[in-house]
Design a protein. Structure first.
Length: 92
């Protein structure tokens, strides 16, 4: 009887360690997935920030072009952001 109890205790300890290993593996997998999502989100945020910066620069240049054309329509304007687009047809 003592031997059976000892074997059952060992089996229980072994099962607990297997369960702990499975839980650790599960959490490790979840961590890897979260890190992948975080890296993707960081790249996406960087792209969005660049888009915002570009749009702000375009807005600034558009305002400068408007003021320049309004005040002196025969003089060239300074804004380099719009200069390559001046000879292209407007896109919707």
């Amino acid at each position: 009887l003592d031997e059976q109890i000892r074997l059952m205790d060992q089996n229980l300890i072994h099962l607990k360690s297997l369960s702990a290993e499975e839980e650790i593996n599960s959490h490790t997998d979840k961590l890897k997935e979260a890190e992948t999502r975080a890296a993707f989100a960081e790249r996406w945020v960087a792209k969005l920030e660049k888009t915002i910066d570009d749009l702000e620069e375009k807005l600034k240049c558009t305002k400068e072009e408007y003021l320049c054309m309004k005040s002196a329509p025969v003089l060239p304007c300074r804004c380099s952001f719009l200069r390559p687009q001046l000879h292209q047809p407007a896109q919707s």
